[in-house]
Design a protein around this ligand. Structure first.
Ligand SMILES: [Zn+2]
Length: 78
């Protein structure tokens, strides 16, 4: 298992997610993001705005995703 925080995954808080694959951790962070969206948490809404802009540009989104995946792969197992 590896650990990444909401912030490291493009979010806004220090909540930690633990998973054994990047796809899994990305999904957890997405679920958390949707919960924060529903309660209209300001910092998360801002972070999501930024991610939304990134998603408009598939090349940049792909680069961001690959970068994060590499960051995840480089983490030590805990
Ligand atoms: Zn968060």
């Amino acid at each position: 298992m590896k650990t990444m925080t909401c912030k490291q995954l493009g979010g806004a808080c220090d909540k930690e997610f633990r998973a054994s694959s990047f796809e899994e951790i990305a999904e957890m962070s997405k679920q958390h993001g949707m919960e924060m969206f529903q309660i209209k948490d300001e910092p998360h809404l801002k972070a999501m705005d930024k991610m939304g802009e990134l998603m408009q540009k598939p090349e940049e989104m792909k680069a961001w995703f690959e970068n994060k995946k590499k960051e995840f792969d480089d983490l030590p197992e805990d």
